[in-house]
Design a protein around this ligand. Structure first.
Ligand code: FES
Length: 575
């Protein structure tokens, strides 16, 4: 125990007179109706990410109430505070541009206020990574709570979920197999409740990763947003936050290299989102650890996909929750997990697995000897097109395209893609390789989820549903296809993707992890000598965009801002 000031006595406003600072703070707090006795309690901050522009956080007000009940019952003082919130479909150009801004906001609000422990309420894709990055840097006890997934919808007898089925139906619309009336009908059925996307997209993946890291109460990653269980988990989270404050259990003790290794293994076993690789690299970077892509690939080769859940499988998050949540996955992985990792409960991961209810028959999580995919969902590719790595979600790719040699059809930017992809005169065949560049962390800017390049309309209408696609962009975790992402370094800073020309041959071989531009080095050298960087994006000279462009790191380092990462310890993850 330390004798650091607690509760409202912490982090007093600087007036040069601490007694006056506390007197004034309490006086203002009393103006909100608090009593002296309440103001002596430990302060539990609750990061409020409710927003009219974040549909996935629609239940945050109710969650804050439930957390607050738990905090009060455990003897704490719950004080909610707003932070930036990021809703995937509502932001331009992409939420990823603002993840680091949210992380900075959250960290600084935790640091600046008299908060003894904080409950981080997130959910939509970038919010949980931003909050975990903040927690790793802030040095204050923290516990994650997610809003939880939506329930599934139904259309003409078919079960639907966001956003794997959004993309499937939109592809059918582009291919002329679904008409205007039906696509409008589907649009009203895809998301029938509050919550996050209910497939293993980035939100679900990061919720599972947060639980595997030990930053969330066991069993709470998968509970649907609108169930009473979600409110009970919120109440328990609030109560646990009070204990965390008393114990002084800071994230640094939980976010160890072994914990990141556990989380990366879970990411692979659940067929999780490729975006989680970037986010876990960023959170690890806040702890001084580097993500080693070669080791991640080795982990992938020995970790089968066990979860039969979209987009890699059949089921949805509510099915996983009924099957026992993340626990059956953790149980199946026990021989490969580090069970000594400490969690926010104050117990180890092994303790929590041992204490979980006995398993029951279910068909959502497979045993390790009968996986739905023999390797991890994500493979790391190397070659002269991506010297610092690229990744592919092999579990959601077309097997026949995973070894492919095709002619490059290059799009220079997102604007170029939009202008030409559906041009009937576009010279493209189903065997070609679609290349999108200048869509990386600096290029786009913000590395949007543009890697899911649409199939050119003239091919879509012929029934083509997948092609090899390569970019320095990201892809939604809910998407599927033979799609190579995160090519690093990105084209905008002169990465090799910048040198590809229409008609070049590109070879992809996922089994050997090779991504090769079949052009001689002499030709590439000549192209490099003639290469000029693209013009800066509009608004590049001021504000947060200027900060982002000057400091954002590449995908293999998590796209954090270079001044926010911790000094590297020399330790790499996974171990
Ligand atoms: Fe928020 Fe999918 S859009 S989780």
């Amino acid at each position: 125990m330390t004798d650091r000031p607690k509760g409202l006595r912490r982090r007093l406003t600087d007036y040069g007179d601490p007694g006056f600072s506390l007197f004034l703070r309490k006086a203002f707090a009393k103006s909100m109706g608090y009593t002296e006795a309440e103001l002596d309690r430990p302060v539990i901050g609750i990061a409020d990410t409710g927003s009219g522009l974040v549909s996935c956080h629609g239940t945050v007000p109710a969650l804050i109430d439930a957390v607050s009940r738990g905090v009060v019952a455990a003897g704490g003082l719950p004080l909610a505070f707003p932070t930036i919130s990021l809703g995937e479909p509502f932001m331009h150009p992409t939420t990823m541009l603002f993840r680091n801004l949210m992380a900075m906001d959250t960290e600084e609000m935790i640091r600046a206020h008299p908060i003894d422990a904080v409950v981080l309420i997130g959910g939509c894709d970038k919010t949980v990574p931003a909050q975990l990055m903040a927690a790793a840097s802030a040095g204050t006890p923290a516990i994650q709570l997610v809003t939880g997934p939506m329930l599934t919808g139904s259309h003409r007898g078919e079960r639907l979920g966001a956003c794997t089925d959004c993309r499937r139906y939109w592809g059918a619309r582009r291919g002329g197999r679904v008409d205007e009336d039906e696509i409008a009908e589907v649009g009203g059925r895809l998301m029938p409740s509050a919550g996050t996307c209910m497939v293993m997209g980035t939100a679900s993946t990061m919720a599972c990763a947060a639980e595997a890291l030990g930053m969330m109460l066991p069993g709470s990653a998968t509970i649907p947003a609108v169930l009473a269980d979600r409110m009970r988990a919120a109440r328990e989270t609030g109560a646990r936050a009070v204990a965390l404050a008393a114990e002084g259990l800071i994230p640094e003790r939980i976010l160890t290299p072994a914990a990141f290794t556990n989380a990366l293994r879970v990411l692979l076993a659940v067929g999780g989102s490729t975006n989680a690789v970037i986010h876990l690299a960023a959170i690890a970077g806040r702890c001084g650890f580097a993500l080693d892509l070669e080791r991640l690939d080795r982990l992938s080769r020995e970790t089968p996909v066990l979860l039969d859940l979209k987009p890699s499988g059949r089921h949805y998050m509510e099915d996983l929750n009924k099957a026992g949540g993340l626990m059956p996955v953790l149980r199946a992985l026990v021989p490969a997990l580090d069970l000594d990792c400490l969690t926010v409960t104050g117990r180890t991961l092994g303790d929590e697995i041992a204490a979980a209810p006995e398993p029951w028959p279910q068909d959502v999580v497979r045993e390790a000897d009968e996986p739905i995919y023999p390797e991890g969902g994500i493979a790391v590719l190397r070659g002269n097109l991506a010297p610092d790595g690229a990744i592919i979600k092999q579990s959601a790719a077309t097997p026949a395209l995973c070894s492919h040699n095709g002619r490059a059809v290059v799009f220079d930017s997102l604007a170029d893609l939009t202008a030409r992809i559906d041009d009937p005169a576009l010279d493209v065949t189903p065997d070609d390789v679609l290349v999108l560049r200048n869509a990386g962390p600096r290029g786009a800017p913000g590395m949007p989820e543009a890697g899911y390049i649409p199939i050119p309309k003239k091919l879509a209408t012929q029934g083509v549903t997948d092609m090899v696609r390569i970019s320095d962009a990201r892809m939604s975790g809910t998407a599927f296809g033979t799609i190579v992402l995160h090519a690093a370094p990105e084209a905008a800073i002169g990465g090799p993707l910048a040198l590809v020309e229409n008609g070049d041959r590109i070879a992809l071989d996922v089994a050997s992890r090779a991504l090769t531009l079949e052009v001689s080095q002499a030709t590439l050298d000549a192209r490099r000598a003639a290469w000029r960087p693209p013009p800066p994006p509009e608004g590049a000279g001021r504000g947060y965009l200027a900060l982002h462009l000057a400091h954002v790191e590449q995908a293999d380092r998590g796209c954090d801002l270079d001044f926010l990462t911790a000094p590297r310890t020399g330790t790499a993850v996974p171990i």
